[in-house]
Design a protein around this ligand. Structure first.
Ligand code: SF4
Ligand code: SF4
Length: 119
């Protein structure tokens, strides 16, 4: 997977500066589930990439950057990864049935029109 220069730079900033203090992990179930600490996660990203499920599981709530003593912006880095993945057609390529469901469930065929008329 080819990531943009900006995404790589954001990941490098975190991988090089994160002190693994884990303050950001205390209330983040996503980080608790997917990493030992953010430094290792971003080092792994730079070395061998991550499964798309990882950046897509971040809620982008921004709490990590608020509690981080260095204001490292994990959310922005995950969002940048997602933007790059979308340009490559991922992960939608792997989720064709979900795309079909989204298309059908908003199509005229399956959408009732509520005109707001009194009965
Ligand atoms: S933005 Fe993502 S990584 Fe940061 S606290 Fe929220 S869910 Fe966790
Ligand atoms: S709070 Fe900041 S320095 Fe501490 S582990 Fe999280 S990203 Fe790294």
């Amino acid at each position: 997977m080819e990531y943009s220069e900006k995404t790589i730079e954001m990941a490098q900033l975190i991988a090089e500066n994160c002190t693994s203090c884990k303050r950001c992990m205390k209330d983040c179930l996503f980080l608790q589930r997917y990493c030992q600490d953010p430094q290792k996660l971003f080092q792994q990203f730079l070395k061998e990439d991550l499964e798309p499920i990882v950046p897509y599981s971040c809620m982008l709530c921004g709490r990590c950057s608020v509690v981080c003593p260095l204001q490292l912006k994990l959310d922005e880095a995950f969002l940048a990864m997602r933007r790059d993945l979308i340009k490559e057609g991922l992960p939608l390529k792997e989720l064709k049935s979900v795309v079909l469901h989204q298309k059908l469930s908003t199509s005229k065929l399956f959408t009732a029109v509520n005109r707001g008329e009194k009965k």
